[in-house]
Design a protein around this ligand. Structure first.
Ligand code: DP6
Length: 351
């Protein structure tokens, strides 16, 4: 991997580019995405290439806003998340520096950066904060460096940092294909928000951060779960079925394949050693409530990620009713309601 690690510049210029500090700052906003067909497993751990295709929807009600300023006077990158400075030795800070290094190589600069990122939703709790975080980081840093990246190029860079982030470059429905070792895959748009304005209700079943992160969890699954190979073998057929259901706006077909992909991923998690059990009692109670809604004829299905929160995907116009039903489930702290969101983008001012 190419590196352009940051340095303090005696002449206070950012490498070969000589622009004012003002021009080297940009802010971007990106939304988390929720996978309907799940990514769990890497074909290449070093380059972060997914072993399975995944399909997602981007949410408009949750957002990460990130400002990046490249500044020749800085001696190191300085990174704050939700107002708190990250420990420079933490894995999270290293991942962000690695991502900035990729952009510095493209811009032929070694300038250090100040990164300030804010999530308007719980961080690290299975709500895809790393997806929106890296999508916003890549878009803000590329714009600050005046790099003209295509969405696919930005998606590739975001994927290298966190594969689910590749999908947050796009609004509506997006797909990240599986890759081979060494392959530099990018996500692509499948359909825009207007194609099928699904709604999402998120039942917050615990507020704290998760115990095992996805990156380590999926490496452990590949090494120890006896179900891992079956998961890999069936993923392409699931993605094909989901893509066809989305294009045909076939809610029952999408519900069936999305719930199956989610439960297969959790079966792999549960059979990983040590076991990855992200559910709590409120998670299970919420699944039961969604089953009752389905039996009553409601267009709704569930999905869950590496955390206890349950995401209920609803047909257009059904979100408010599902929100009211999930708000009374014992153990559910609060319920969020979202439509589908747009792509990651620069913003000034950002509301
Ligand atoms: C369960 O994208 O966080 O949310 O590439 O290692 O950063 P890394 O993993 P990450 O994994 C997300 C896993 C998931 C399912 C999904 O979003 O597809």
């Amino acid at each position: 991997m190419l590196r352009a690690q940051c340095l303090r510049h005696p002449l206070e210029e950012c490498g070969p580019v000589n622009r004012s500090a003002k021009q080297l700052s940009q802010t971007a906003v990106a939304h988390p995405n929720i996978a309907l067909i799940k990514y769990w497993g890497k074909a290449d751990a070093e380059l972060n290439v997914p072993a399975v295709p995944s399909i997602s929807i981007t949410l408009d009600a949750l957002a990460t806003t990130t400002s990046v300023s490249f500044d020749a006077r800085l001696e190191t990158d300085s990174i704050s998340l939700n107002g708190l400075e990250l420990d420079a030795d933490s894995k999270q800070a290293q991942r962000i520096r690695d991502c900035l290094d990729q952009l510095r190589v493209l811009a032929a600069t070694t300038c250090c950066a100040r990164v300030q990122s804010h999530n308007d939703f719980p961080t690290g709790a299975g709500l895809a904060s790393s997806a929106s975080g890296f999508a916003a980081l890549v878009v803000a840093a590329a714009a600050a460096l005046e790099l003209e990246l295509s969405a696919a190029d930005a998606s590739r860079l975001a994927r290298a940092a966190s594969a689910s982030a590749a999908r947050s470059l796009y609004g509506g429905f997006a797909e990240l294909p599986a890759g081979q070792p060494g392959e530099d895959v990018a996500a692509k748009a499948i359909a825009g928000v207007e194609h099928w304005p699904l709604e999402v209700v998120i039942a917050i079943c615990a507020e704290g951060p998760k115990t095992t992160g996805s990156t380590q969890g999926m490496l452990d699954s590949a090494a120890t779960s006896p179900f891992y190979s079956a998961w890999i073998d069936t993923a392409t057929a699931d993605a094909d079925a989901a893509r066809a259901a989305i294009m045909g706006r076939d809610f029952p077909a999408l519900a069936a394949v999305a719930e199956s992909s989610c439960l297969k991923m959790h079966a792999v998690m549960h059979t990983t050693r040590p076991a990855l059990i992200y559910w709590n009692a409120a998670t299970v109670a919420t699944l039961e409530r969604i089953r009752s809604l389905q039996q009553a004829g409601m267009d709704v299905f569930f999905t869950m990620d590496a955390g206890p929160q349950v995401k209920a995907v609803c047909g257009p116009g059904h979100g408010a009713e599902v929100q009211a039903a999930l708000a009374t489930v014992p153990g559910v702290h609060r319920v969020l309601h979202s439509g589908l969101g747009g792509p990651a983008r620069t913003c000034d001012p950002c509301s």
